[in-house]
Design a protein around this ligand. Sequence first.
Ligand code: NAY
Length: 291
Amino acid sequence: MQKVYAALMTAFDENGNIDEKGTREIIRHDIDVEGVDGLYVGGSTGENFMLGKDEKKRVFDIAWDEAHNDDVDLIAQVGSPNLHEAMELAKYVTNELGFKTISAVTPFYYNFTFDEIKHYYDEIVKDVDANLLVYSIPALTGVSLSLDNFAKLFENPKIIGVKYTNADFYLLERIRERFPDKKILSGFDEMLLPALIEGVDGCIGSTYNVNTKVVKEEIDAYNKGDFERARELEHQKNDVITAMLNNGIYPTIKLILEHMGVHAGYTRAPMAKYDDKVIKGADEIYNKYFK
Ligand code: NAY
C-alpha cells in the first residue's frame, strides 16, 4: 500500500518563535486523528527555510521525541545551500536522534552545476548511517534534474529515491521505468491520482495534516482498480486544495487545525500575519469541507 506522509507543520507563536506544545499537538493529530503513515520533518511546509540551525534541530528534537515510539516512518529534511549545515544536521538527526531516513532539498539560489549538486548529496550521506531521498521541487528552487542526473545521483546506494514535487509526469514515468527499486514519493497533493498511475510509492504533502482520510480512500479505490471512484475522490480532495491555495495554503491549514482543537499557531515572517479575510476564508473552508 502506498504510504501517506504529512509534511509536518511547525507551530509558531505570535512573535514567530517555535511553539513546542503546538508542534507536538500537530504531530499527535497527524498520527492519532489523521492516521498518517509517516512524517516528513523540516520540509517546506515546516517553514524550515526560514529557520536558523538551532531552531531546525529543535524541530527535529520535538518530532523525534514525540513520535519515535509510534508506528510511523520519520524522515528528516536536512538540506540547505549551506552544505556544512546540511552535513551537521544529517549527523545530528542520525547520531543524536535516531532518524534512519533523511532527505535534502536540491541546493538552491546559486546556479550550481550538476557536479556540484552531486557532490553535495554524496557529502551529506557520506558519514551517516541513513538513507537519503532527494527533495526535488523545481518550482521553488529553480533546480530541475534530468533523468540522467537522477541516474548519476542514484549510483550512490544510500540515495534511495526522490520526493518528487514536480508536475512533469513524463519525467516521473521515465524515472519509474528506469529505477523500479528506487522510492518515489509524490509531493503535489493535487496531482496524486496521476502520480499513483505512474507507480509512486506514496505521497508527502501539506494537506495531509488535515485531509488524509479521503486520500487513503482514494488510494484504496485506485488499488482495487475502481478508477471511477478514485477520480471522484481526487475531485473531492482537489476542491478542498483549490480553496486552500486560493486562501493561502499554510495559514489555511493552520487555521483549520485550530478549528480541530490543535494549536497550530501562526506562520513565520516574512510570511504575513493572518488578516481577517484569510481567517474568514479558512472558517468557510472548514465549515464547508471539514465540519
Ligand atoms: C514539503 O517539503 O513540505 C513539501 O514539499 C510538501 C509538498 C507541498 N509543497 C509545498 C511547497 O508546500 O503538499 C505540497 C503543497 O503544499 C500542496 O500540493 C499544494 O500545492
